[in-house]
Design a protein around this ligand. Sequence first.
Ligand SMILES: Cc1cc2nc3c(=O)[nH]c(=O)nc-3n(C[C@H](O)[C@H](O)[C@H](O)COP(=O)(O)OP(=O)(O)OC[C@H]3O[C@@H](n4cnc5c(N)ncnc54)[C@H](O)[C@@H]3O)c2cc1C
Length: 392
Amino acid sequence: MVTSSESVDVQVIVTGGGAIGLASAWEVARRGRSVLVLERFSRGHDRGSSAGLERQWRVQYSEERWSRLALETLPRWRELEAAGGRRLVHHTGSLWFGRPGVATSEGELRAAAAVMDRLDVPYDWLTAAEIEKRFGFVRLPAGHEGFYQADGGVIDVRGTLATLAGLGAAAGVRVREHERVLAVEPDGTGVTVHTERAVHRAETVVVNAGACGAELLRDLGCPVDLHVFRMSSGYFARRSAAVDPPTWYAFLEPDASGANRSFYGFGSNPWTGGDLLRAAPDTEVPVTGPDPLAPHPPDAGDLARTADWVRAHLPFLIPELTGASTCLAALPADAARQFLIGSLAGRIPDGERIVVQAGGWAFKFVPAFGRICADLALDGHSTRHESATVLS
Ligand SMILES: Cc1cc2nc3c(=O)[nH]c(=O)nc-3n(C[C@H](O)[C@H](O)[C@H](O)COP(=O)(O)OP(=O)(O)OC[C@H]3O[C@@H](n4cnc5c(N)ncnc54)[C@H](O)[C@@H]3O)c2cc1C
């Protein structure tokens, strides 16, 4: 471990410069506090979870509290867009269809519709024939149905990262790249942060290390059960600009072993350019090596399965792969919990000085989670949402 003159003393250190780390840091800085982000790699790298070009924005959830959080988060996105001068959430609509009763980590069709009914969120319930006619899918199995929700859409990942980095820099956020945090040690007056290059000191630390959050928490004596896996995506050329689907998710029956065999995908967006659309299997390939952030090739079997499904049901795409990518993901192993976010108060000595956020399909909550992390780091509590206490 190296101690050098590069050591920094700030009010808040954020571990991890992915989307949520940058959001946390900006929130801290715009409340007038000094903040340092420590990032293991370079800005915008593709080894973590905030890689790639787009994420689905949706307000439908099978659990009401997450739908409420999505509805509460949209004004935060609008605020971020206004501050950064750039549109980030585009409302291309969200189409969920497939077999009612099939539940994945996304949710379940009828349960999500019931939540929308309770919250007065408008949607169109559609038969398979209506989905085919309206959106250009073909040969959907009999019994498939679903809904279209017009407020859903797509989030610009790189635009979000650039916006948060720019706003953060303007507000005084310091970012140190290629500086891996090795250990975080809270005590009665602050937190010592050991990195590969230095020893820093802060009043509180926010661990926004994504899939690596579990590693740092384990070393702190506060283990969490985070399921870390990689997902592959394929890119397919559109045959013509005449058909452009909304973001979609197809709930398909699991295989004999119970593994998820569903697919999801996107329409075109204003920032990718060209005519390539992403379609992907919702398949979880567990990360088994010691370093979750080690590069990993896309899964050939998953991509072949996706191309077959595109060939069978998406005639508006040419079913030959033109490109592929992988991305690291993490979900709480307990499927009943979608996210880990909270402070370690009461869990370890001086745990109130450590705030943690990790796991979940969380890109849509970037501005909300940044605010909650900043609340917890600066005030010790957050009144923003009950999710602020979701940590076991
Ligand atoms: C294929 C795929 C599809 C997804 N689709 C959606 C979607 O449609 N909608 C949605 O809402 N969400 C989606 N998600 C989830 C979403 O992308 C993530 O929730 C979000 O990007 C997490 O951001 P983060 O900042 O927490 O983590 P990350 O982006 O992983 O950032 C963590 C950072 O911490 C750094 N780091 C780790 N350890 C250390 C250390 N010891 N020291 C210093 N730095 C460290 C890493 O290098 C990384 O940059 C998807 C994820 C994947 C993989």
